[in-house]
Ligand binder design. Structure first.
Ligand SMILES: Cc1cc2nc3c(=O)[nH]c(=O)nc-3n(C[C@H](O)[C@H](O)[C@H](O)COP(=O)(O)OP(=O)(O)OC[C@H]3O[C@@H](n4cnc5c(N)ncnc54)[C@H](O)[C@@H]3O)c2cc1C
Length: 386
């Protein structure tokens, strides 16, 4: 991946923004179990950060994905996982399908204010009874005149208590499960949308996560993104950006765990020398740093091919899988070297340990990534190359 002075400009400016507008507040937001998404996104929208690779016509910068990659990687400087995750939902999880397949009218109504930072977006795919198995969702949008009437519910919705609209995946017919779904822009203030509760989580504490119910919610059919019945396919495409987000935004966060551990173990002494001076410790940290560089190379390669318009499903799944697993390995190894202080909520490594655990679960668990990779290798039973 070749970076230009423009890429480096984004990197520098986003880091400055994080240092001034985000990191000073992270501890307070983690404590509160929520960050002020509207306030923060408005500031980010004014600087263009919520639409780097979105069309200029809709208020975006119109740049290619390599610039978004740099933005996402720089989000790793935020000293928690919850805030970058919610930013990622806004830019790379809830809006790509709308930008790609939505009508002009729909984009003007939902995408433009999301890029400006006036609207907070959320993504409604997972349900109480369907997370990994997306095709088995039960939420239904039934046609009634020119409207859809929506019933059902969504679970673990990031930013769900603050969002203005949801990119909702719902069954719009009774046909085969991969052809009966549609993505719909659902205003969260529509009658019958109930945000039932804010969920209490072990990590990602500054991000609010909601359970939401829909009771005879009526929206016009023109709120559907693209064609009816194509929602599953659109969502699978949208997942590619979500998975690359996970890989890119985790790189610097992983390196920070290693750096923080070097700083702590370098000054902490036992048996007449620093903890860091034990070969088992500094060798392990060097090994982990090497792994991060390998993941960076894979992530950049996937991004580069994406810019060239290639299908990166397999590489994005590999990067997401490796990112989740490596986070667990680094956070566990590093926390160990912090000893008792690693177990204290006040330390950065303890927060990182809690936050990064989601990486192997959210946005498709490790096993789902492995299934996708197997499918592309032609070794998944039922889809096996004969
Ligand atoms: C903090 C947080 C934020 C989230 N934000 C959102 C959001 O904004 N929008 C949204 O739609 N969803 C969101 N999710 C949901 C998330 O994407 C799902 O939790 C995830 O996809 C896993 O689904 P599940 O929890 O139903 O796990 P299940 O499907 O119940 O699976 C449980 C476990 O079983 C294993 N497993 C599953 N299938 C297989 C298989 N085929 N082979 C082998 N093992 C398997 C995996 O280890 C998996 O972790 C969020 C979740 C969390 C915790």
């Amino acid at each position: 991946m070749q970076f230009t002075p423009e890429h480096e400009g984004i990197r520098r400016n986003v880091q400055k923004f994080i240092d001034a507008e985000i990191n000073p507040h992270v501890d307070e937001w983690e404590e509160a179990g929520m960050f002020p998404a509207h306030e923060l996104f408005k500031k980010m929208g004014e600087l263009g950060y919520l639409g780097i690779n979105k069309p200029v016509h809709y208020g975006g910068m119109g740049l290619d994905y390599s610039y978004e990659l740099v933005f996402l990687e720089t989000l790793g400087h935020i000293r928690c996982g919850g805030v970058p995750m919610a930013i990622g939902v806004q830019t790379d999880m809830a809006t790509p399908a709308l930008a790609r397949f939505g009508s002009e009218e729909l984009a003007l109504e939902f995408l433009v204010p999301s890029i400006k930072g006036d609207y907070v977006a959320c993504l409604g795919v997972s349900e109480v009874g369907a997370g990994s198995d997306v095709a088995s969702i039960k939420t239904a949008a039934r046609r009634d005149g020119g409207d859809y009437v929506i019933n059902g519910g969504k679970m673990w919705t990031t930013s769900g208590t603050q969002a203005d609209w949801m990119c909702l995946l719902a069954n719009t017919s009774a046909g085969p499960v991969h052809r009966n779904k549609s993505l719909i822009c659902l205003p969260m203030n529509a009658k019958g949308v109930h945000v039932a509760r804010k969920l209490d989580k072990m990590g990602m504490r500054s991000s609010d996560t909601a359970q939401v119910f829909f009771e005879d919610v009526r929206v016009p059919q023109r709120y559907r993104i693209g064609k009816e019945g194509e929602g599953f396919t659109y969502q699978m495409l949208q997942f590619q950006e979500e998975r690359l987000y996970a890989a890119a935004a985790g790189l610097i966060a992983k390196e920070r765990m290693i750096e923080d551990t070097i700083a702590y173990t370098g000054q902490r002494r036992a048996f007449g020398r620093s903890i860091l001076d034990n070969q088992v410790v500094h060798f392990r940290l060097a090994e982990l740093k090497t792994e991060v560089e390998m993941l960076r190379a894979l992530t950049y390669r996937a991004a580069e091919l994406m810019v060239q318009g290639e299908d990166v499903t397999m590489l994005a799944s590999m990067a997401k899988l490796k990112s989740g697993r490596l986070s667990r390995e680094i956070s566990d190894a590093c926390l160990q070297y912090w000893g008792g202080m690693g177990f204290m909520n006040e330390t950065a490594i303890s927060r990182a340990y809690r936050d990064t655990r989601l990486g192997s679960i959210g946005g498709g668990a490790d096993e789902i990534m492995l299934s996708i990779i197997c499918k592309h290798m032609g070794i998944l039973p039922g889809k096996r190359n004969k």
